[in-house]
Design a protein around this ligand. Structure first.
Ligand SMILES: *[C@@H]1O[C@H](CO)[C@@H](O)[C@H](O)[C@H]1NC(C)=O
Ligand SMILES: *[C@@H]1O[C@H](CO)[C@@H](O)[C@H](O)[C@H]1NC(C)=O
Ligand SMILES: *[C@@H]1O[C@H](CO)[C@@H](O)[C@H](O)[C@H]1NC(C)=O
Ligand SMILES: *[C@@H]1O[C@H](CO)[C@@H](O)[C@H](O)[C@H]1NC(C)=O
Length: 498
C-alpha cells in the first residue's frame, strides 16, 4: 500500500511536470539531482516508515538582531550506532530530502561497518523546510550556501547536546552534487564541528559560462561504440536549423518533436528558439549525467539514445533526434515538448509553496543567479547542438524571473564572491575526499586530480555518472566503481583513526 502510494505520488509529480516543466533543466533533474537509492537491503530497516523530525533553526545566521526561527526537517537512524561511534551527516540539497536515504545507500553500508549514528538534514527552502511563508525574491535572500552551512553548524551543535555526544563521536559529512560542494565547504568553514567529508560530484568552481558541460556530454556520447553518435547528433541539429527556415519544415518539426505549441508563431522569438534547442540538448544531458547510475526506477542510458541516433532504419538524423525526444518525453510521462520561454518564466515566477516550481526549480535558479552561474551553454567548440543558447540566454532568465537587479553585473559579483569565500579549485580543505565520475559533466568544475599543487585526495572513476558511488553497492557495479568504494572505506578508516 505504502509503495503504491509512493508510486502514485511519483505519478502525480510527473503529471504535474507535463505542464511547462522539463524532467531535466540546467543540469538539474526535476526533484533534485540525487535520485532515490535503489534496492532495499532486507536486513536493514526496510519497510519501516521514516519519521520526520523538526529542528528549530535560525532564519538569518548573519544578523544577531533577527531572532526569527523556522522548522527544518531531518531524519535519524540509530540502528547501527555504537558507543563512541562516529556520526554521519547526509547533507540535503537542491531538491526535497528523500527519506529513503536514511535507510539505504552506500553511506548506510559504511554506517553499519563503523557503528555510526546517521542524520540527514533537508536544505533550507527545499522540500518541506520552509523558512518563510512564500518564495518571494525578498524572502529568497535567506537562501544561500552560507546560510545552509551555518544551518549545519547549528544542527551539529544541538544534536551533540541532545544525543550526549562527545569529542569521541566524530561527525563525517556526506553529500552528492551541490551537497557534495557543501560537504567540502562545511569541513572548511566549521572544522571544529565536522571531522571530515566525502564530497561526491560537487562543483567547486562557480562560473557563468559552463560551456565545458556539453564538452563532457559530447565526449561521453563519443564512448558509444555502435557508430559516430556525436556526428549523428550534429547532423540532426543542423537539419532542424534548416527545417526551421520554411513553413513546411516548421510543421515537420511540430509533428516530429511533439511540440506543445506550433513553432511557426515562435520563429520570430529568439528566446523560444533558444529554449527549443536548449531543451533538445538537455534530452542528451539528462541521459548522460545519470548514465547507468543505480537510482530507483528505469532510466534511459547512452546506449539507448545513441542506439537510436545510429539506427538508420528510423530515418534521417533529424528523425532519429525526434525519436530520442519521444523516448525522453515518454520516460518522463510528458505528452508534448514545451519550449515556450514566457511560459517557463511564468512558472518560475510563481512564489507559492504550492506551485510546480516549488519542487526546487525556482530556488535552484535563484542560487544559480546569486551564487553559482553554472549555465550549460552552447558557447564553445563542441557545436554539438548548434550555438543557440549562449550565456546571455541564461543571464536574461535571472532578470526576467527575479527582477532587473539580477543581471550580468550582479552575477559577475556573485561568481567572484563565491570563488573567493570558498577557494574554488584551490580549497584549503583537509580530511575531505573528492569523488567524481568521468561520464558526469559536473566533474569539469570539481577536483579530479591529486598532485603537488593540489594535495587534496581525489578519486576519479572512469565510466561512472553523477553521484554513482553514493548508491547501494551492487554486484554489477563497474570494477573501477568497486575499487573506488574500497578506497572510500579505507579513507574513512584512516579518518576515524586520526
Ligand atoms: C525577538 O525580537 C523582538 C524585537 O527585538 C522582541 O520583541 C522579542 O521579544 C524577541 N523574541 C525572542 C523570542 O527573543
Ligand atoms: C542525554 O543525557 C540526559 C541526561 O543524562 C538524558 O536525560 C538523556 O536521555 C540523554 N539522551 C540520549 C539521547 O541519550
Ligand atoms: C531500428 O529501428 C527500427 C524501426 O524503429 C527497429 O525496428 C529496429 O529494431 C531498430 N534496430 C536496432 C538495432 O535497434
Ligand atoms: C501559483 O501556483 C499556484 C499553485 O499551483 C496557483 O494556484 C497560482 O494561481 C499560481 N500563481 C500565479 C500567479 O500563477
Amino acid at each position: 500500500m505504502k509503495t503504491f502510494l509512493l508510486r502514485a505520488i511519483a505519478f502525480i509529480a510527473l503529471l504535474h511536470l507535463s505542464d511547462g516543466w522539463r524532467l531535466f533543466k540546467n543540469g538539474r533533474r526535476y526533484g533534485g539531482n540525487l535520485g532515490d537509492p535503489d534496492k532495499y537491503r532486507t536486513e536493514f530497516l526496510a519497510n519501516q516508515d521514516v519519521e520526520d523530525f523538526w529542528f528549530t533553526q535560525k532564519l538569518d545566521h548573519f544578523d544577531p538582531t533577527n531572532n526569527k526561527t523556522w522548522q527544518q526537517r531531518y531524519n535519524v537512524n540509530r540502528q547501527f550506532f555504537k558507543h563512541n561511534g562516529p556520526v554521519f551527516l547526509m547533507i540535503g540539497g537542491e531538491g526535497e530530502m528523500r527519506p529513503k536515504w536514511i535507510q539505504k545507500g552506500a553511506w548506510i553500508v559504511y554506517a553499519q561497518k563503523f557503528g555510526a549514528l546517521c542524520f540527514q538534514l533537508e536544505h533550507r527552502f527545499y522540500g518541506k523546510s520552509h523558512p518563510t511563508n512564500d518564495m518571494s525574491t525578498e524572502n529568497l535572500r535567506f537562501l544561500s550556501s552560507e546560510q545552509a552551512l551555518a544551518d549545519l553548524a547549528y544542527f551539529v551543535t544541538r544534536m551533540n547536546e541532545q544525543y550526549n555526544l562527545t569529542v569521541n563521536n566524530r561527525w563525517i559529512a556526506f553529500g552528492g552534487s551541490y551537497p557534495g560542494s557543501l560537504a567540502a565547504w562545511v569541513r572548511e568553514k566549521y572544522g571544529h564541528l565536522i571531522h571530515g567529508s566525502i564530497s561526491t560530484s560537487g562543483p567547486l568552481l562557480a562560473k557563468i559560462d559552463f560551456f565545458e558541460y556539453f564538452e563532457v556530454v559530447r565526449d561521453s556520447l563519443a564512448t558509444y561504440k555502435g557508430c559516430d553518435c556525436v556526428e549523428a547528433v550534429q547532423s540532426g541539429t543542423k537539419q532542424i536549423d534548416v527545417l526551421l527556415r520554411h513553413m513546411i519544415g516548421q510543421r515537420t518539426i511540430n509533428e516530429k518533436f511533439k511540440l506543445c505549441d506550433p513553432v511557426e508563431k515562435s520563429i520570430e522569438n529568439p528566446l523560444d528558439i533558444s529554449n527549443l534547442f536548449e531543451g533538445l540538448a538537455s534530452n542528451f544531458a539528462g541521459v548522460v549525467q545519470y548514465n547507468k547510475d543505480k537510482r530507483d526506477g528505469v532510466a534511459l542510458s547512452i546506449d539507448d539514445v545513441c542506439g537510436a541516433m545510429c539506427n538508420q532504419t528510423i530515418g534521417a538524423p533529424v528523425t532519429r533526434l525526434a525519436e530520442v525526444n519521444r523516448m525522453v518525453l515518454e520516460s518522463s510521462n510528458q505528452k508534448c515538448f514545451d519550449y515556450k520561454y514566457d511560459k517557463m518564466i511564468d512558472d518560475m515566477k510563481n512564489i507559492s509553496w504550492g506551485s510546480s516550481g516549488a519542487e526546487g526549480g525556482r530556488q535552484w535558479m535563484y542560487q544559480t543567479c546569486t551564487e553559482f552561474g553554472f549555465y550549460q551553454t552552447s558557447d564553445k567548440p563542441t557545436l554539438l547542438f548548434g550555438d543557440k543558447f549562449p550565456a546571455d540566454f541564461f543571464v536574461k532568465q535571472c532578470s526576467d524571473i527575479f527582477g532587473e537587479n539580477f543581471n550580468q553585473n550582479s552575477l559577475s559579483n556573485a561568481i567572484d564572491r563565491t570563488n573567493i569565500i570558498y577557494g574554488a579549485l584551490k580549497p584549503s580543505t583537509t580530511n575531505v575526499l573528492y569523488v567524481h565520475g568521468s561520464i558526469d559533466p559536473w566533474h569539469a568544475l570539481g577536483l579530479t586530480k591529486t598532485d603537488k599543487n593540489q594535495p587534496q585526495p581525489t578519486i576519479y572513476i572512469q565510466g561512472t555518472a553523477h553521484c554513482a558511488n553514493m548508491y547501494e553497492p551492487s554486484d554489477d557495479d563497474f570494477p573501477q566503481l568497486k575499487i573506488a568504494r574500497e578506497e572510500i572505506v579505507r579513507f574513512l578508516e584512516n579518518l576515524l583513526k586520526k
